[in-house]
Design a protein around this ligand. Structure first.
Ligand code: SF4
Ligand code: URA
Length: 266
C-alpha cells in the first residue's frame, strides 16, 4: 500500500513537473510555519497538505483516470461491427505528454493479436524512421489509429493472414470520437497522418497522399478553442514504403520537417 502510494505520488510529481505551473515553492514543507520538530506530534489534526500538491494532484488524477476509463470503454466497445470479430481493441501506445501523435488507419493481424498499434512489419519500419530520422522511440511519441479494431475481409477467421481491408465510412464515424478524446488528453502540437485514409479522415479532404504530403495543415476540429490549431503533417503509410521503397526519400523529407517543427522553441 505504502509502495503504491509512493508510486502514485511520484507519478503525480512527475506530471506536475511537466506542467507549466509555478514550481517556485518547494514541494515539501511548503508553507510550514510550524517548526519541523512539532509536525509529527500533530497527528490528531493532520497538517494540511502542502499547497502545490493539494491543488495539482486532483487535476493529474482526473486526467489519468479519464484516459484509463476511455481505454476501458474502447476495450468493451461494440459501436460498430468491428467490435464483434476483433481479438483485441487497439487503443494507442506512447506517452500522454507527446508533442506529436502518429495516426494510422486501423489495426492489422499482428496489432489485433497484441493489442498494440504498429507492431507488424509496418510498425518495425515506423520505429526505424522514428529512431533514425527523429532520434525518438515510440515511448517518446503517441501512436494511434483511426479505428481501434481490426477491419477484416472475413471476420469469422481472425487467425487468417491477408485478411485486412480498409475501414468503411460507417466504422470510421463510429470510432472517430475516441481519437478526438485521446487528442484532447494529449494536447499534442501536431499530428502526423500515415497514409491516405488517416489523412482524408482527419483533414476532411479527398486528395491523394502524394499531393498533400510534405505540407502543414491545420486540424479542422478546434479541440482547444479558436486560434490554437493542432498542426497536421501528412506522409506516406509505412506499408506503402514497404511496397515501394522509392517513397522513402519523400518520407524522410517529411520527417525532417517534423523534426524542425518539434525542435522549434514552444
Ligand atoms: Fe468501437 Fe471503434 Fe472498435 Fe468500432 S472500431 S467497435 S467504434 S472501438
Ligand atoms: N497499419 C495501420 O494503419 N495501423 C496499425 O496499427 C498497423 C498497421
Amino acid at each position: 500500500m505504502k509502495r503504491a502510494l509512493g508510486a502514485a505520488a511520484r507519478d503525480v510529481a512527475a506530471y506536475i513537473r511537466t506542467l507549466d505551473e509555478n514550481l517556485s515553492e518547494p514541494p515539501l514543507n511548503a508553507g510550514a510555519a510550524v517548526p519541523a520538530a512539532a509536525a509529527p506530534l500533530q497527528a490528531p489534526s493532520p497538517a494540511p497538505l502542502p499547497a502545490p500538491a493539494a491543488s495539482a494532484a486532483p487535476a493529474a488524477a482526473v486526467a489519468a483516470e479519464d484516459i484509463a476509463l476511455l481505454a476501458e470503454k474502447v476495450k468493451n466497445c461494440r459501436r460498430c461491427g468491428l467490435g464483434i470479430a476483433r481479438l483485441n481493441a487497439v487503443f494507442g501506445v506512447g506517452t500522454y505528454k507527446a508533442r506529436v501523435v502518429f495516426v494510422g488507419e486501423g489495426p492489422g493481424f499482428q496489432e489485433d493479436h497484441e493489442g498494440e498499434p504498429f507492431v507488424g512489419r509496418s510498425g518495425q519500419l515506423l520505429d526505424k524512421i522514428l529512431e533514425t530520422v527523429l532520434g525518438l522511440k515510440r515511448s517518446d511519441v503517441y501512436i494511434a489509429n483511426i479505428v481501434k479494431c481490426h477491419p477484416m475481409k472475413s471476420p469469422e477467421t481472425p487467425e487468417a493472414h491477408g485478411n485486412d481491408r480498409p475501414p468503411t465510412p460507417e466504422e470510421i464515424s463510429a470510432c472517430r470520437p475516441y481519437l478526438d478524446e485521446q487528442l484532447r488528453f494529449i494536447k499534442p502540437a501536431c499530428i502526423v497522418t500515415l497514409g491516405s485514409v488517416a489523412t482524408k479522415v482527419l483533414l476532411g479532404i479527398d486528395k491523394g497522399i502524394s499531393t498533400v504530403r510534405g505540407h502543414w495543415y491545420d486540424y479542422p476540429v478546434e479541440l482547444f478553442g479558436p486560434g490554437h490549431p493542432i498542426k497536421v503533417l501528412p506522409t506516406y503509410h509505412p506499408a506503402a514504403l514497404l511496397r515501394n521503397p522509392n517513397l522513402k526519400r519523400d518520407t524522410w523529407e517529411d520527417m525532417k520537417m517534423l523534426k524542425e517543427f518539434l525542435e522549434k522553441p514552444v
